[in-house]
Design a protein around this ligand. Sequence first.
Ligand SMILES: [Ca+2]
Length: 283
Amino acid sequence: MPLVRLCAIWVMLVCLPAFSAPLYQVYTGAVSAMVSAEAFPGVSDAKGALKVTGIPTGATIKAAYLYTSDWFSTAPLQASFGSKDVGGAAPASTDGQFSSYRWDVTDAINGNGSYDFDLSGGSQIYSVGLAVVYSTPGHPDRTITLMDFSKEVSAPNNYGATAGTPEMNLHVNSPYDGAGTLWLMTNADDPESTGEGIYFNAAQVGGPIDGNLGPHSSLFRLPVQVRSGENRMSLTSQGDWYGWSLAILDAPGAADIPTPEPASFTLALVGLVALALYRRRRS
Ligand SMILES: [Ca+2]
Protein backbone atom coordinates (compact mmCIF):
# COMPACT_ATOMS: atom_id res chain seq x y z
CA MET A 1 0.00 0.00 0.00
CA PRO A 2 1.55 3.36 -0.99
CA LEU A 3 2.29 5.71 1.87
CA VAL A 4 -0.17 8.35 0.63
CA ARG A 5 -2.98 5.81 0.62
CA LEU A 6 -2.09 4.61 4.10
CA CYS A 7 -2.03 8.22 5.34
CA ALA A 8 -5.41 8.94 3.75
CA ILE A 9 -7.02 6.01 5.54
CA TRP A 10 -5.34 6.96 8.81
CA VAL A 11 -6.65 10.55 8.52
CA MET A 12 -10.12 9.22 7.79
CA LEU A 13 -10.05 6.91 10.79
CA VAL A 14 -8.91 9.71 13.08
CA CYS A 15 -11.14 12.45 11.74
CA LEU A 16 -14.41 10.59 11.28
CA PRO A 17 -16.81 11.48 14.04
CA ALA A 18 -17.57 8.51 16.22
CA PHE A 19 -21.15 7.40 16.45
CA SER A 20 -22.58 8.15 19.81
CA ALA A 21 -23.27 5.02 21.75
CA PRO A 22 -26.92 4.17 22.18
CA LEU A 23 -28.18 4.60 25.71
CA TYR A 24 -30.03 1.40 26.36
CA GLN A 25 -32.92 1.05 28.73
CA VAL A 26 -34.50 -2.38 28.77
CA TYR A 27 -37.85 -3.39 30.27
CA THR A 28 -39.08 -6.97 30.37
CA GLY A 29 -42.25 -8.73 31.45
CA ALA A 30 -45.85 -7.89 30.60
CA VAL A 31 -44.78 -4.63 29.03
CA SER A 32 -45.93 -2.52 26.08
CA ALA A 33 -44.79 0.79 24.64
CA MET A 34 -46.48 3.88 23.30
CA VAL A 35 -44.68 6.57 21.29
CA SER A 36 -45.93 9.98 20.18
CA ALA A 37 -44.21 13.04 18.75
CA GLU A 38 -44.81 16.54 17.45
CA ALA A 39 -42.93 18.29 14.62
CA PHE A 40 -41.43 21.80 14.66
CA PRO A 41 -39.91 23.93 11.86
CA GLY A 42 -36.42 24.30 13.35
CA VAL A 43 -37.20 26.37 16.45
CA SER A 44 -35.22 27.42 19.51
CA ASP A 45 -38.21 27.00 21.82
CA ALA A 46 -40.67 24.15 21.31
CA LYS A 47 -44.04 24.33 22.99
CA GLY A 48 -46.95 21.96 22.44
CA ALA A 49 -48.80 18.93 23.76
CA LEU A 50 -48.22 15.21 23.41
CA LYS A 51 -50.96 12.62 23.68
CA VAL A 52 -50.76 9.45 25.71
CA THR A 53 -53.24 6.92 24.35
CA GLY A 54 -54.02 3.22 24.53
CA ILE A 55 -52.98 2.53 28.09
CA PRO A 56 -55.55 0.10 29.52
CA THR A 57 -57.20 0.43 32.89
CA GLY A 58 -55.14 -1.36 35.50
CA ALA A 59 -51.83 -0.81 33.72
CA THR A 60 -48.76 0.40 35.62
CA ILE A 61 -46.49 3.06 34.16
CA LYS A 62 -42.97 1.62 34.18
CA ALA A 63 -41.12 4.51 32.55
CA ALA A 64 -41.65 7.58 30.42
CA TYR A 65 -39.07 9.71 28.63
CA LEU A 66 -39.33 13.02 26.83
CA TYR A 67 -36.93 13.33 23.88
CA THR A 68 -35.74 16.06 21.60
CA SER A 69 -32.76 16.85 19.40
CA ASP A 70 -31.01 20.03 18.42
CA TRP A 71 -28.69 21.11 15.59
CA PHE A 72 -25.65 23.38 15.79
CA SER A 73 -25.78 23.73 19.56
CA THR A 74 -24.90 21.67 22.60
CA ALA A 75 -26.35 24.15 25.07
CA PRO A 76 -28.49 22.77 27.89
CA LEU A 77 -32.24 22.82 27.28
CA GLN A 78 -34.84 23.65 29.87
CA ALA A 79 -38.05 21.67 29.92
CA SER A 80 -41.39 21.44 31.59
CA PHE A 81 -43.76 18.53 31.05
CA GLY A 82 -47.29 18.16 32.30
CA SER A 83 -47.48 20.13 35.49
CA LYS A 84 -43.81 19.59 36.34
CA ASP A 85 -40.61 21.53 35.74
CA VAL A 86 -38.31 18.68 34.71
CA GLY A 87 -35.28 20.95 34.65
CA GLY A 88 -32.29 21.56 32.45
CA ALA A 89 -30.53 18.83 30.51
CA ALA A 90 -27.19 18.71 28.73
CA PRO A 91 -27.05 16.58 25.59
CA ALA A 92 -27.28 12.90 26.39
CA SER A 93 -25.25 12.34 23.22
CA THR A 94 -23.71 14.30 20.35
CA ASP A 95 -22.54 13.40 16.86
CA GLY A 96 -21.05 16.21 14.80
CA GLN A 97 -23.57 19.07 14.74
CA PHE A 98 -26.41 16.94 16.08
CA SER A 99 -27.26 16.45 19.76
CA SER A 100 -30.02 14.58 21.53
CA TYR A 101 -31.64 15.19 24.90
CA ARG A 102 -33.71 13.09 27.26
CA TRP A 103 -35.75 13.72 30.40
CA ASP A 104 -37.25 11.15 32.72
CA VAL A 105 -40.92 12.15 33.01
CA THR A 106 -42.20 8.92 34.54
CA ASP A 107 -43.59 10.71 37.57
CA ALA A 108 -45.53 13.14 35.36
CA ILE A 109 -47.56 10.44 33.56
CA ASN A 110 -50.80 9.43 35.24
CA GLY A 111 -52.62 7.74 32.37
CA ASN A 112 -54.11 8.61 29.00
CA GLY A 113 -54.45 12.26 28.18
CA SER A 114 -52.75 15.29 26.71
CA TYR A 115 -49.54 16.53 28.33
CA ASP A 116 -48.25 20.04 27.70
CA PHE A 117 -44.53 20.57 27.24
CA ASP A 118 -42.33 23.63 26.92
CA LEU A 119 -38.68 23.35 25.85
CA SER A 120 -36.40 26.38 25.60
CA GLY A 121 -32.79 27.26 24.94
CA GLY A 122 -32.29 25.36 21.69
CA SER A 123 -31.05 26.24 18.22
CA GLN A 124 -32.91 24.21 15.57
CA ILE A 125 -35.37 21.79 17.13
CA TYR A 126 -37.41 19.76 14.66
CA SER A 127 -39.32 17.40 16.89
CA VAL A 128 -40.23 16.47 20.45
CA GLY A 129 -41.13 12.88 21.30
CA LEU A 130 -42.49 10.87 24.18
CA ALA A 131 -42.10 7.17 24.93
CA VAL A 132 -44.11 5.46 27.63
CA VAL A 133 -43.53 1.88 28.80
CA TYR A 134 -46.32 0.28 30.79
CA SER A 135 -47.14 -3.10 32.25
CA THR A 136 -50.53 -4.76 31.90
CA PRO A 137 -51.54 -7.84 33.93
CA GLY A 138 -51.94 -10.85 31.64
CA HIS A 139 -49.98 -9.34 28.76
CA PRO A 140 -47.50 -11.80 27.17
CA ASP A 141 -43.84 -11.43 28.06
CA ARG A 142 -42.11 -8.86 25.87
CA THR A 143 -38.87 -6.93 25.89
CA ILE A 144 -39.00 -3.19 25.25
CA THR A 145 -35.62 -1.63 24.48
CA LEU A 146 -35.40 2.17 24.42
CA MET A 147 -32.30 3.47 22.64
CA ASP A 148 -31.56 7.15 22.31
CA PHE A 149 -28.42 8.45 20.67
CA SER A 150 -27.18 11.05 18.19
CA LYS A 151 -26.29 10.06 14.70
CA GLU A 152 -25.80 12.28 11.70
CA VAL A 153 -26.86 10.44 8.57
CA SER A 154 -25.37 12.58 5.90
CA ALA A 155 -23.26 10.76 3.37
CA PRO A 156 -21.44 12.17 1.55
CA ASN A 157 -21.49 15.33 3.65
CA ASN A 158 -20.08 13.95 6.85
CA TYR A 159 -18.50 10.57 6.45
CA GLY A 160 -16.74 10.97 3.15
CA ALA A 161 -18.44 7.85 1.87
CA THR A 162 -20.76 7.71 -1.10
CA ALA A 163 -23.07 4.88 -0.19
CA GLY A 164 -24.21 6.17 3.17
CA THR A 165 -25.31 3.11 5.10
CA PRO A 166 -24.74 3.88 8.77
CA GLU A 167 -25.53 0.85 10.82
CA MET A 168 -25.94 0.01 14.43
CA ASN A 169 -26.55 -3.24 16.22
CA LEU A 170 -29.37 -3.97 18.57
CA HIS A 171 -28.96 -6.73 21.07
CA VAL A 172 -32.44 -7.92 21.77
CA ASN A 173 -33.08 -9.35 25.21
CA SER A 174 -35.06 -12.23 23.88
CA PRO A 175 -34.28 -15.85 23.13
CA TYR A 176 -37.13 -15.96 20.62
CA ASP A 177 -37.70 -15.16 16.98
CA GLY A 178 -40.97 -13.49 16.22
CA ALA A 179 -42.95 -10.44 15.31
CA GLY A 180 -41.85 -7.13 16.75
CA THR A 181 -42.37 -3.42 16.36
CA LEU A 182 -39.68 -0.85 15.66
CA TRP A 183 -40.11 2.89 16.21
CA LEU A 184 -37.60 5.35 14.73
CA MET A 185 -37.34 9.11 15.01
CA THR A 186 -35.35 11.28 12.62
CA ASN A 187 -34.80 15.04 12.47
CA ALA A 188 -34.10 17.48 9.61
CA ASP A 189 -35.08 14.99 6.94
CA ASP A 190 -37.10 16.28 4.00
CA PRO A 191 -38.58 15.18 0.66
CA GLU A 192 -36.08 17.13 -1.44
CA SER A 193 -33.63 14.24 -1.18
CA THR A 194 -35.56 10.98 -1.16
CA GLY A 195 -35.26 7.25 -1.63
CA GLU A 196 -33.76 6.49 1.79
CA GLY A 197 -34.23 2.97 3.11
CA ILE A 198 -34.78 1.60 6.60
CA TYR A 199 -33.38 -1.91 7.00
CA PHE A 200 -33.82 -4.41 9.81
CA ASN A 201 -31.70 -7.55 9.62
CA ALA A 202 -31.03 -6.81 5.95
CA ALA A 203 -34.72 -6.60 5.03
CA GLN A 204 -36.05 -3.23 3.98
CA VAL A 205 -38.89 -2.38 6.34
CA GLY A 206 -39.44 1.29 5.60
CA GLY A 207 -38.50 4.47 3.82
CA PRO A 208 -38.18 6.95 2.30
CA ILE A 209 -37.42 9.36 5.15
CA ASP A 210 -39.19 12.45 3.92
CA GLY A 211 -40.71 14.22 6.91
CA ASN A 212 -43.78 12.10 7.65
CA LEU A 213 -44.28 13.83 11.01
CA GLY A 214 -43.86 17.36 9.69
CA PRO A 215 -41.80 19.23 7.11
CA HIS A 216 -38.49 18.20 8.70
CA SER A 217 -38.92 15.21 10.98
CA SER A 218 -40.26 11.67 10.89
CA LEU A 219 -41.66 9.08 13.28
CA PHE A 220 -41.91 5.51 11.97
CA ARG A 221 -43.77 2.60 13.54
CA LEU A 222 -42.73 -0.48 11.60
CA PRO A 223 -43.52 -4.20 11.90
CA VAL A 224 -40.29 -6.22 11.95
CA GLN A 225 -39.23 -9.84 12.27
CA VAL A 226 -37.05 -10.06 15.37
CA ARG A 227 -34.51 -12.82 15.69
CA SER A 228 -32.94 -14.10 18.86
CA GLY A 229 -29.65 -12.51 19.80
CA GLU A 230 -28.28 -9.65 17.80
CA ASN A 231 -30.49 -7.63 15.50
CA ARG A 232 -29.11 -5.02 13.15
CA MET A 233 -30.71 -1.96 11.65
CA SER A 234 -29.42 0.58 9.19
CA LEU A 235 -30.53 3.69 7.36
CA THR A 236 -29.33 5.12 4.07
CA SER A 237 -29.02 8.83 3.36
CA GLN A 238 -29.37 9.13 -0.43
CA GLY A 239 -28.03 12.66 -0.15
CA ASP A 240 -30.37 13.80 2.61
CA TRP A 241 -28.70 15.17 5.75
CA TYR A 242 -30.64 14.26 8.83
CA GLY A 243 -30.22 13.14 12.41
CA TRP A 244 -31.28 9.79 13.84
CA SER A 245 -32.06 10.14 17.52
CA LEU A 246 -34.26 7.32 18.74
CA ALA A 247 -35.00 3.65 18.16
CA ILE A 248 -37.41 1.59 20.23
CA LEU A 249 -37.88 -2.12 19.75
CA ASP A 250 -40.76 -4.21 21.08
CA ALA A 251 -39.54 -7.82 20.87
CA PRO A 252 -41.09 -11.17 21.80
CA GLY A 253 -40.22 -12.90 25.05
CA ALA A 254 -38.05 -11.81 27.92
CA ALA A 255 -34.61 -12.92 29.06
CA ASP A 256 -31.47 -11.34 30.39
CA ILE A 257 -28.90 -10.86 27.65
CA PRO A 258 -26.32 -8.07 27.96
CA THR A 259 -26.47 -5.08 25.66
CA PRO A 260 -23.54 -4.73 23.22
CA GLU A 261 -20.35 -2.86 23.94
CA PRO A 262 -20.81 0.75 22.80
CA ALA A 263 -17.72 0.87 20.65
CA SER A 264 -18.46 -2.25 18.63
CA PHE A 265 -20.56 -0.71 15.88
CA THR A 266 -18.33 2.37 15.66
CA LEU A 267 -15.25 0.37 14.96
CA ALA A 268 -17.08 -1.99 12.66
CA LEU A 269 -18.36 0.79 10.42
CA VAL A 270 -15.09 2.72 10.31
CA GLY A 271 -13.26 -0.46 9.40
CA LEU A 272 -15.73 -1.33 6.65
CA VAL A 273 -15.54 2.16 5.13
CA ALA A 274 -11.75 2.05 5.14
CA LEU A 275 -11.73 -1.40 3.55
CA ALA A 276 -14.25 -0.37 0.89
CA LEU A 277 -12.26 2.70 -0.11
CA TYR A 278 -9.05 0.73 -0.22
CA ARG A 279 -10.56 -1.97 -2.41
CA ARG A 280 -12.17 0.59 -4.72
CA ARG A 281 -8.87 2.32 -5.26
CA ARG A 282 -7.13 -0.98 -5.93
CA SER A 283 -9.64 -1.99 -8.60
CA1 LIG B 1 -35.52 12.48 2.53
